[in-house]
Design a protein around this ligand. Structure first.
Ligand code: ADQ
Length: 493
């Protein structure tokens, strides 16, 4: 049997566009976040279909379909909307996805609200996705499901008779077995993941954590481990799990950074910011990104190294995120308070140690900021991969930037040799790394950056997708082409 893998169907919580009402008309705006940055180039190149929520609730009425079709036609692939109600959004998205899975998987179990109503709503929304897919897509098609909002889609599609390959990629970390086991629906979640043929993680660490959870809860049998892949058997089916570190469109970032437009913008930004070396942070507003810890480390660096004062500026770009959730509003208030304190403490008549922008910026501006910065500060408390670390390095056209990188970012596994690695919970160590990065000799900067850029060039987003798709098409296939278990072994679950 050959699945229709030439035509890719992608599922994610959000479509890569957001619909907004302007007066009586609907407009489609580009979506934000790492997933869009990663998948857009692949679908633009190969065509296919993207199924997701378009950013409109049922209560907002209709009339937006035209805007969606226009963008779909422009981008070269179809956009298939799954419309959600306000209530579903609150309980599925803000509830289960972002108040249970996100904090738990990032290692913050105390931030979780284990509300059974959230879990029920999550099942309902996953059912809606399965409905749309089974209506629109042949049941022997290959489907690639993304991220923690849609764990259950494979099981629900299988119940509808889907026979084609189903693959899943988790963009966020997979937690330690201690944290994972706190989830009231832990066996269900593992069974749902095991309904896919291939389960992809960002790092080897995530893969190991998943393997331990599978063994601890006895939901499948590990039949083998090779070349970073985990082979599993459950109810007579072969399943594979692997680490596939996501990349960026390297040439796009490097190319843009070298354009005249960006070069002019860099000069303009430098004259706006002043004649200082720039440390740069670029993050969505989220507690996992370690924004407050980073501010405290910078404060300590200014305290311990007076020679940094009036020499450096820390520029933090913050993308507004989940603004209607109180926890995030509180994080913003705390961030503002600490920025105010540091600026109040160290500013002089002509210099302010922190500047920050709370907004999205366009690609040219982002590229100019990356290029301008002598140091990229990427210090999440936990992060699936962190694309900003990669984008920053790809934009160093002179090869002379320095990356300070948290050991808890997925990017650590690939970039630890070229970066200055820190434990973001260790304020002193991070402060020291900031000082070291600012003072690093140009030769050393170039040597480290060259090494990082070489890795990023070889493992870009196209490489990532290709590796994943190759595995997805091969998993469980015997030499004669039949899909099935090569060695049955004992089956669990
Ligand atoms: P995110 O948590 O969104 O992604 P990240 O990987 O850093 O985190 O991606 C953020 C993206 O937003 C970057 O591509 C960046 O360029 C863009 N961006 C940030 N600030 C911006 C601004 N002010 N204006 C415009 N664009 C901005 C999730 C996981 C990550 C994982 C990715 C991809 O949480 O761990 O790396 O998916 O798998």
């Amino acid at each position: 049997m050959d699945d229709r893998s030439d035509r890719l169907t992608i599922l994610s919580n959000r479509l890569p566009v957001v619909l907004k009402r302007r007066g009586s008309k609907w407009q489609a705006e580009p979506g934000s976040g790492g997933l869009v940055q990663a998948m857009n180039p692949i679908l633009c190149e190969d065509g296919g279909c993207w199924v997701g929520w378009p950013g409109v609730t049922m209560e907002e009425g209709e009339g937006w379909e035209g805007a969606l079709t226009r963008v779909g036609a422009d981008s070269g692939y179809e956009l298939e909307p799954v419309v959600l109600s306000q209530n579903e959004l609150e309980r599925f998205y803000e509830g289960y996805a972002n108040s249970v899975v996100w904090p738990l998987f990032h290692g913050f179990p105390d931030r979780c609200t284990f509300d059974p109503g959230f879990f029920e709503a999550y099942g309902g929304v996953n059912e809606k996705f399965a409905d749309v897919v089974s209506e629109r897509v042949d049941d022997d098609s290959f489907i690639w499901v993304h991220d923690y909002h849609l764990f259950e889609v494979a099981r629900r599609l299988r119940q509808r008779g889907h026979v084609g390959r189903l693959a899943f990629y988790l963009h966020i970390p997979f937690p330690s077995v201690e944290n994972f086991s706190k989830l009231p629906w832990r066996e269900q979640l593992l069974s749902d993941l095991l309904a896919y043929d291939l389960i992809g993680f960002q790092t080897e660490r995530d893969l190991r954590n998943f393997g331990r959870a599978v063994e601890a809860h006895d939901v499948a049998v590990v039949t083998g481990k090779d070349g970073g892949a985990l082979h599993l058997a459950r109810r007579g089916r072969a399943i594979e799990a692997g680490a596939f570190p996501i990349g960026i469109d390297y040439e796009d970032f490097a190319g843009r950074a070298a354009t005249d437009e960006v070069t002019r913008k860099v000069a303009k930004l430098q004259s706006d910011i002043g004649p200082y070396q720039v440390l740069l942070g670029v993050d969505r507003l989220d507690y996992s990104k370690g924004l407050l810890q980073r501010l405290r480390a910078y404060e300590m660096a200014l305290e311990n190294h007076p020679d940094l004062r009036e020499e450096v500026v820390f520029f933090q770009l913050v993308v507004p995120s989940r603004e209607n959730v109180e926890e995030y509003a509180a994080l913003k208030r705390e961030f503002d308070r600490i920025v105010g304190r540091i600026n109040g403490r160290f500013s002089t008549a002509s210099w302010q140690p922190i500047q920050y922008l709370y907004n999205r910026v366009d690609p040219v501006e982002l590229s100019a900021l990356y290029r301008l910065a002598s140091v990229g500060l990427v210090t999440p408390l936990r992060d699936g991969m962190n694309l900003v670390s990669k984008e920053y390095c790809a934009s160093q056209v002179e090869g002379d930037g320095a990356l300070v990188l948290s050991e808890f970012a997925g990017a650590y596994e690939q970039l630890n040799e070229g970066a200055l690695v820190v434990n973001p919970y260790d304020t002193e160590e991070t402060a020291r790394a900031i000082y070291e990065a600012i003072n690093m000799a140009p030769v050393e900067r170039r040597r480290r950056m060259e090494q990082i850029q070489d890795i990023l060039r070889r493992t870009d987003v196209f490489w990532w997708a290709q590796q994943f798709l190759l595995r997805a098409r091969a998993v469980g296939r015997r030499p004669d082409g039949v899909i099935g278990l090569e060695t049955a072994g004992r089956t669990a679950g």
